[in-house]
Design a protein around this ligand. Structure first.
Ligand SMILES: [Zn+2]
Ligand SMILES: [Zn+2]
Length: 332
């Protein structure tokens, strides 16, 4: 099969990616072998290709928003049959027995492994996944539309839950890419008033089209105090900006796996009155199932920017340069 590998991480991501011939992986016990029908391009892939995240597996195949169909079941794999559509997400496996796994916080498992970082992902013709970490997918969406739900959608969903937005509350969203445009729709569908803060005029227009109450630049601030905010842009300088926009008791949740340094905070202006800032670390399978169940009931609009699989490097470069409005998806 053909697949892309990160040979030597490089800030110039196009140079770090190589397309090559490789053996089709074999499904181990409990695993599925999928033929890849679509694979989303996530900002985390960029951090892996650029070296902002350390190398976990040499020459890894990136990609952790995989939609495929089952072509083979490993010994003892259950829950899927040949031909079924299945999704693969970032969280590849957890130990199942540590204190975090046992208390329903498997996203914090110290022995967790990740698709497209610790193990080969979906920038290839085939990929494997543990059957108990694969997701059945809702009807009514194309493969390309489903792919971004598997990381952008799930992580955004967890970030929204971590922001503890009260019913009918006022939500700020900082940055408006693949994850934010899905999260905004979940919040709007749940009755929130959503204010989007982003530089790009095209992203501002998309936000308004998807039901945001307002869209403007982060420096201008939202038109009203916020009960909660989610920071999607990987920009630590926005943390104090977003905290100052919160009303008393508000929560800022930081969605990314990578964030540039946060400047020093002023306690009175940015934290006092019980404002809270919290991180989001991966997701649990329960988060994934909840988001996909939500998407089955509320038809989300997924702004897909398709690229042929053979042009994965270009897709990553476009994402790095903020030239993608919505979610880039690789198609075979
Ligand atoms: Zn564990
Ligand atoms: Zn991702």
């Amino acid at each position: 099969m053909r697949g892309w590998q990160v040979r030597a991480p490089d800030p110039d991501v196009v140079r770090s990616l190589h397309r090559t011939s490789m053996a089709v992986p074999r499904p181990g016990p409990g695993e599925l072998l999928l033929a890849v029908d679509a694979c989303g391009v996530c900002r985390t892939d960029l951090h892996i290709a650029s070296g902002e995240l350390p190398v976990h597996r040499r020459a890894v195949v990136p990609g952790h928003e995989i939609v495929g169909h089952v072509v083979e079941l490993g010994e003892g794999a259950t829950g899927f049959r040949a031909g079924d559509r299945a999704g693969v997400a970032w969280l590849r496996e957890t130990c199942g027995e540590c204190r975090f796994c046992r208390r329903g916080a498997e996203n914090l498992c110290p022995r967790s492994r990740y698709t497209g970082w610790d193990a080969d992902g979906g920038y290839a013709d085939f990929a494997t996944v543990r059957a108990d970490f694969a997701y059945p997918l809702p009807d009514g969406y194309s493969d390309a539309e489903l792919a971004p739900l598997l990381c952008a959608g799930i992580i955004g969903y967890r970030a929204l839950r971590r922001a503890e937005l009260p019913p009918g509350g006022r939500l700020g969203i900082y940055g408006f890419g693949a994850s934010a445009h899905l999260t905004a729709q979940v919040a709007v569908a749940e009755g929130a008033r959503v204010h989007v803060l982003t530089r790009s005029p095209r992203a501002q227009k998309l936000a308004l089209d998807l039901g945001a109450a307002s869209a403007g630049g982060a420096a201008d601030g939202p038109p009203e105090p916020l009960d909660a905010a989610v920071l999607f842009a990987p920009v630590g300088d926005l943390v104090p900006v977003a905290l100052r926009a919160l009303d008393r008791g508000g929560t800022l949740s930081v969605a990314g796996i990578y964030l540039s340094d946060i400047p020093s905070l002023n306690y009175e202006r940015e934290l006092f009155q019980e404002r809270t800032v919290r991180s989001v670390t991966a997701n649990t399978r329960a988060d994934g199932r909840e988001l996909l169940a939500f998407a089955a009931v509320h038809r989300l609009t997924v702004a897909v920017v398709p690229y042929p699989m053979a042009r994965a490097g270009e897709a990553l470069a476009d994402l790095a340069a903020d030239r993608v409005d919505g979610a880039a998806v690789l198609l075979p």
